[in-house]
Design a binder for this molecule. Sequence first.
Ligand SMILES: NC(=O)c1ccc[n+]([C@@H]2O[C@H](COP(=O)([O-])OP(=O)(O)OC[C@H]3O[C@@H](n4cnc5c(N)ncnc54)[C@H](O)[C@@H]3O)[C@@H](O)[C@H]2O)c1
Length: 349
Amino acid sequence: MKVLITGGAGFIGSHVAEFFSRKGYEVVVLDNFARSEVFKKDKKISEYNWNYLKELKNVRLVKGDIRKFEEVKNASRGCSTIVHAAAQVAVTTSLADPFLDFEINALGTLNVLEAARINDSSLIFTSTNKVYGENVNKIQIVERENRYEYYDEKFKEGIPEDFPIDLTGHSPYGCSKLAADVYVQDYAHTYGLGTVIFRQSCIYGERQFGVEDQGWVAWFLISSLLSKTITIYGNGKQVRDVLYIEDLLRAIELALSKISSLKGEVFNIGGGINNAVSLLEVIRYIEEISGKSLNLGFSEWRKSDQKVYISNIRKAKEKLNWDPKVSWKEGIKRVYDWIIKNKSLFSAY
Ligand SMILES: NC(=O)c1ccc[n+]([C@@H]2O[C@H](COP(=O)([O-])OP(=O)(O)OC[C@H]3O[C@@H](n4cnc5c(N)ncnc54)[C@H](O)[C@@H]3O)[C@@H](O)[C@H]2O)c1
């Protein structure tokens, strides 16, 4: 089987590429190194995942841009499966340059869908919880000592897939990903394509070069290593359900194995209620495993930030027979160990 991974030089894409390569699939990775803009000074970081994949069997690396249909079409030739993980990923960038954000996330996804249609490929799309936008903030919450919690019993297990997406603020990133998400659903409806949408919460893992506005778990761990100051926007009691990368890979494999019965389905994929943690709780835990205090600074809440977001993963449990296996403490410890082992990588931060 031949698989195309868009965004394969990124965090999630490179893990997906490795996963399929180790299973013996032929893997094509398409990426334009947009991420390297964030690490201009240091190729060691920006090309790390790309160079890592070079060492693996059956992986072909294609430098190309999902905004250019011909490039996607050529890379996807003969691929029966596509995992679409290329994106403009930062809310902050989407606010500064909405055209760029739209072209990559919305138009880029349409290009990937058209390529999938030519090849009749199955497609997994890495969407985001941000599609629910500020509607999430309309749920009543209570403030506890170290975290916020949903007050409304209805959301005890988190946000389900039928949660409203209309009549709310999103941020341009939320809009472009939502447009893509709806297109991916619709290509199943209109063209009968085998597509599945994962609305992901915070995914974390090894080889994630987190920065302040994306990949916060890795960012906190790297900041601890380098004794950098972490700015907390708000009071740190905001809660997210975090999911370790290995668990996401299992969910992708399960969805692909059942794709003909799941066409156009949407799944909220995250650590769920058992892995819902506040920033303060993660900070305390990092202090515990590293044996040193983190330097914290506090600033105003950021616009559009959700105070609590927890994925209700019941549908994924029932339809994919999937459940996160790695607890947040175990997963964070694994990433901590990886960062310590690869200290020299982070000198340019
Ligand atoms: N990491 C998370 O917590 C999380 C949460 C929700 C959704 N997502 C989604 O998962 C996907 C992967 O995220 P990630 O964390 O691996 O981010 P990442 O930035 O590490 O990876 C994205 C990759 O896409 C590439 N890319 C960007 N624009 C491109 C273009 N025009 N053409 C080709 N390649 C391009 C980048 O160079 C990068 O390698 C994204 O779609 C993101 O929206 C991630």
